[in-house]
Design a protein around this ligand. Structure first.
Ligand SMILES: C[S@@+](CC[C@H](N)C(=O)[O-])C[C@H]1O[C@@H](n2cnc3c(N)ncnc32)[C@H](O)[C@@H]1O
Length: 267
């Protein structure tokens, strides 16, 4: 493995996210919201950044857009290709890093990312790349988890049990704070529009919810793997805290995960 801490961080991401496939059932409805928020139209060149199993890419393709998808994790790209085959969608999926994308400047009319680019370690580098490959006048749009709500707070809890990330790595939920998003987009864009979405996750109990997330979501999966091997008592404490954190968002066998959607036009 590389000795560069940022490269190691990305390798950990790649390992952590490879079990994400069951969560595509949750991100599929959100994909339709994001594609609508971005006003994707037939004939546009569209990029889905950190595309995972391709839910946003395939939704955009169904509208007649010409779509490409990019992700770090080969296991998810394999699933994305299978999903596209089943859907009858022609989409070029490629392995790659949002911080160094293999596309020329000004290639796309629309650049999308659903709960994706927020996991790149350096927001300025990831956003710089997303804007570089976007045509002037093109649309950038993304969905992200706000820091003050369930998923953002659970990242903070998970982080408090993990060794600190390498210097320069930014917490993903900062991308869910409208003030931070405005500042990061800055003068590179105009016409910023925010909206909110809600992901409703069925769960028989909070323990079932926690168990599902532990087996599918990268950061939590990594933590449980680490504590399970080194400190089972601390793992039990983490699980209690996690369920207590989720409790206010749980009613009628549903966990409510609210998120932020952003759209802007490149200057
Ligand atoms: C929460 S999943 C979201 C997947 C998909 N967009 C969806 O909505 O179902 C996060 C995704 O980000 C990808 N990812 C994380 N860091 C990345 C990076 N630096 N470059 C590209 N993809 C990345 C992971 O491989 C994973 O597929």
């Amino acid at each position: 493995m590389s000795e560069d801490p940022i490269a190691q961080f990305k390798e950990n991401q790649r390992q952590g996210w490879k079990h994400f496939i069951p969560l595509e059932a949750m991100t599929t409805p959100a994909a339709a919201r994001l594609v609508k928020h971005a006003n994707v139209r037939a004939g546009q060149e569209v990029l889905d950044v950190a595309c995972g199993t391709g839910v946003v890419a395939i939704t955009a393709s169904r509208l007649g857009a010409r779509v490409r998808g990019l992700d770090l994790t080969p296991e998810l790209l394999e699933r994305a290709r299978e999903n596209a085959r089943i859907a009858g969608a022609e989409i070029a999926f490629a392995e790659g890093d949002v911080e160094a994308m293999p596309f020329p400047d000004a290639t796309f009319d629309v650049v999308l990312s659903q709960f994706g680019h927020m996991f790149a370690p350096r927001p300025d580098v990831a956003l710089g790349e997303m804007l570089r490959v976007l045509k002037p006048g093109g649309t950038i749009a993304f969905s992200t988890w706000p820091p003050e709500l369930l998923i953002g707070s659970s990242f903070r809890l998970v982080g408090s049990y993990m060794p600190p990330p390498p210097p320069g790595v930014s917490p993903p939920p900062q991308w869910g704070d409208v003030a931070v998003v405005r500042e990061r987009l800055g003068a590179a864009v105009k016409d910023i529009v925010f909206d909110r979405g809600c992901m409703l996750v069925p769960a028989l109990t909070l323990a079932n919810y926690r168990d599902h997330i532990e087996h599918t979501a990268g950061p939590m999966l990594k933590l449980v793997e680490m504590l399970g091997a080194s400190d089972p008592a601390r793992l039990a404490q983490f699980r209690r805290e996690y369920e207590a954190l989720a409790a206010p968002y749980y009613a009628d066998n549903i966990v409510r995960q609210d998120y932020l959607m952003t759209r802007a036009v490149r200057q």
